[in-house]
Write a protein that binds this ligand. Sequence first.
Ligand SMILES: [Mg+2]
Length: 164
Amino acid sequence: MRYFYDTEFLENGHTIDLISIGIVAEDGSEYYAVNKTALWDRIAQDPWLMDNVVPHLPPRTDPDWKTHVEIANDVSSFLMPDEDGIELWADYAAYDHVALAQLFGRMINLPPQIPMFTHEFQQAWNAMGRPALPEQTDGLHYALADARHLKACFEHLGGPPASI
Ligand SMILES: [Mg+2]
């Protein structure tokens, strides 16, 4: 099963701390969560996050707010391998992969069914000559909207190029 995902995170040049994650499966099923245990005092001091990410988050009473451990358990259950296993895709995927993998701790703690890499949409798009893509009309930096948009772009391209 192919999964498209996006994370929002706090980073300071040394660490990447998950704020929210959105995942859309190839079959259309979706997962979204906000990290209740994120470093909210530091996030509050980050003007870019306060302007671009925080406004998209649901109210703190929303059940999508979960602890890091709850999100790890959810993600581990949501990412279900089929006969093709699990294929992860993200846009500018390097930071997203770290944010996802660190849900489980160190690299060696990644659940065995979850791939140790995420396919890079930018690489696939470049290999195809950077054709026009659908516009994302709203929800930019809302992780679930970004994941939905990535899936739409991927489907618009008709899948990855054969060389990827
Ligand atoms: Mg995003």
